[in-house]
Ligand binder design. Structure first.
Ligand code: SF4
Ligand code: SF4
Length: 139
């Protein structure tokens, strides 16, 4: 349960600086559901099974995009410093940084801002939008 969701009642500022840090480096998971897999495969013009065989791994009952040996998401493009599948990126990526674990308390947001230079910069996101994103996934 979120400890104090209203601490960001007046919204939070966020504007991606395209450093790529949330997509590369550390090992982690990019959770994907069936709908998202189909959208990504279609976007790349690939057969769905082919897409799964090359880019998806099973983690227990869930599915994640694979990452390279260095921890980079397989779809991070270093040349453009961004996501190769931006238009159809998974919900997990669309809702960053407004995840439960990042906004459950002011300190969590502070920690997130140390990791992500886009926090506390750029557009002000209203509490309604933040809440909509936060509730999409249990992260
Ligand atoms: S870490 Fe933050 S600023 Fe960097 S790419 Fe990710 S969202 Fe953008
Ligand atoms: S799918 Fe795209 S936005 Fe999501 S982690 Fe991979 S490169 Fe980043």
């Amino acid at each position: 349960m979120t400890a104090n969701p209203l601490w960001y009642q007046n919204g939070l500022q966020f504007g991606c600086r395209q450093c790529g840090r949330c997509c590369i480096g550390e090992a982690g998971y990019v959770w994907v559901n069936e709908e998202e897999i189909t959208a990504m495969a279609d976007y790349l013009g690939l057969n769905r099974n082919m897409f799964v065989a090359h880019f998806v791994r099973k983690v227990g009952k869930q599915k994640s995009l694979i990452e390279l040996n260095n921890g980079d998401c397989v779809f991070f493009n270093h040349e453009i410093r961004g996501c190769q599948l931006y238009e159809v990126r998974p919900t997990q990526c669309r809702t960053w940084p407004f995840w439960n674990q990042n906004i459950d308390a002011p300190n969590s947001w502070k920690k997130t801002a140390k990791f992500c230079s886009g926090c506390n910069k750029g557009d002000l996101h209203a509490v309604e939008e933040i809440e909509e994103k936060r509730k999409k996934l249990n992260l």
